[in-house]
Design a protein around this ligand. Sequence first.
Ligand SMILES: Cc1ncc(COP(=O)(O)O)c(C=O)c1O
Length: 450
Amino acid sequence: MTELSGGPSLSQERRVVTAIPGPKSQELMARKQAAVAGGVSTTLPVFAVRAGGGVVEDVDGNSFIDLGSGIAVTTVGNSAQAVVRRASAQLEQFTHTCAMVTPYEVYVEVCEELAKLTPGDHEKKSALFNSGAEAVENAVKIARAYTKRQAVVVFDHAYHGRTNLTMALTAKNMPYKHGFGPFAPEIHRVPVAYPFRWPTGPENCAQEAAEQAIDKITKQIGAENVAAILIEPVLGEGGFIEPAKGFLPAIRQFAADNGIVFIADEIQSGFCRTGQWFACEDENIVPDLITTAKGIAGGLPLAAVTGRAEIMDAVHGGGLGGTYGGNPVACAAALGAIETMRELDLNAKAKRIEEIMKGRLTALQEKFDVVGEVRGRGAMIAIELVKPGTKEPNPEVTAAVAKHCHQAGVLILTTGTYGNVIRFLPPLVIGEDLLNEGLDVLEEAFAGLK
Ligand SMILES: Cc1ncc(COP(=O)(O)O)c(C=O)c1O
């Protein structure tokens, strides 16, 4: 498994050799609690020492099947060879000059790749940043500078980050916004086409949601005041919601008709995660601006705004940037990650993961009536859990299933506005046996529910 990383001796297996968390993790957790702010919480309280392919190994020698990828980041696997090779070479050359002081080639190369890979054949430019939230903030700045308008339209269940502006753009109060206001003004929230929970049923969802969203924009905000409409083509933290087909094209068209910059936030859904380079390709959406991060650089912090050259160039010199934005080591890692995605055809890999997971999870849904819906695309798949015979959210069972999986050596994540969604984000290089074993454990968790 050297090709996949984590070092040649990292075996691709699930292995539980202590109670979870083990003694060494418990010791480290005591130190964490003494030294690290309580707001930085932990999903699975074990301390990682190595990771690669489809596993994360902890200090006690336990090896977890990784169905989370560090929240959709290690798409190419941890320490993927090409990422390590390119980033290491860059570390030897120089670590920082500041792209705004003396630029360097890898920054430009990443922007050239983004121009090629993102949807649309128009002239494109990019700017690089450190985190997803920073990319979203900058996309809004760029859209405002271009349109000379202020309002920004976002959607129910949206998640865009934890900085002040992106908290305002995010829908869910707890834990993201609670106690942190006041928030930035001129943010307006409209309905999204969430088929599973649409009051008049999934078949009416796309049209009715688009009508309601557009009505709110035109009547309450005024389309001529709107700088940007910002949407995740598959909503991530909101619960892996795939807007009903037809909704995104309707909103995209409305933006085009009204001189509004359409921004696709592909920070979680981008870079092969859904079986396409970008999730908005699914309905042939060409955004004006697209934000990326997470999967772009194989685990190093890098983010980007990419878009129409005339929009990107609307900002005055010095108006975009930051000390570390487009750090050379992170850029080199991104080139390694993109090389890996191409060489291993990770879009095909994501589709294969979807095939396996949808098959297994649909069978699970037939067996266990708490599974309300199986949804998602590629390696961005979720199940929404409900009280049997209803659509009432079931966060208790969600937490119990996650706990069982963690104890048994499978790292899964939960999400959703109602805390009742289990999301699966395996690295795209995970072995099929390992993936199936992870799903066996998930099934055991459901079978053991009281
Ligand atoms: C769609 C989306 N936008 C923005 C962000 C924020 O990215 P970051 O945590 O890198 O700031 C996230 C992170 O989960 C995300 O999923």
